[in-house]
Design a protein around this ligand. Structure first.
Ligand SMILES: [Zn+2]
Length: 65
C-alpha cells in the first residue's frame, strides 16, 4: 500500500508531498517559497514555520528551568 500524503505550506499554500518516513518535528523546505517548515502533526498532515516551532521549544526550555 502506498499512500501519498500531502500537506500545504502555511506560507504559500503549495502542496508538499510527505515522505513516508517523515515524522513530526522534522524539517522540510518548501520547493516553491523556500520556507523551512516543521511537520507539526501527521493527522491531519500540518506544517508550521520551523522558526515558530523553534520559539515554542525555547519557551518550553525557559519554563522548565
Ligand atoms: Zn511555500
Amino acid at each position: 500500500m502506498s499512500t501519498v500524503t500531502v500537506a500545504v505550506c502555511p506560507e504559500c499554500d503549495n502542496p508538499i508531498k510527505l515522505r513516508s518516513t517523515l515524522m513530526p518535528g522534522q524539517l522540510v523546505k518548501c520547493g516553491q517559497c523556500g520556507e523551512i517548515l516543521s511537520l507539526l502533526t501527521l493527522t491531519p498532515p500540518t506544517f508550521t514555520w520551523a522558526s515558530e516551532e523553534f520559539d515554542l521549544v525555547q519557551k518550553q526550555k525557559r519554563d522548565l528551568s
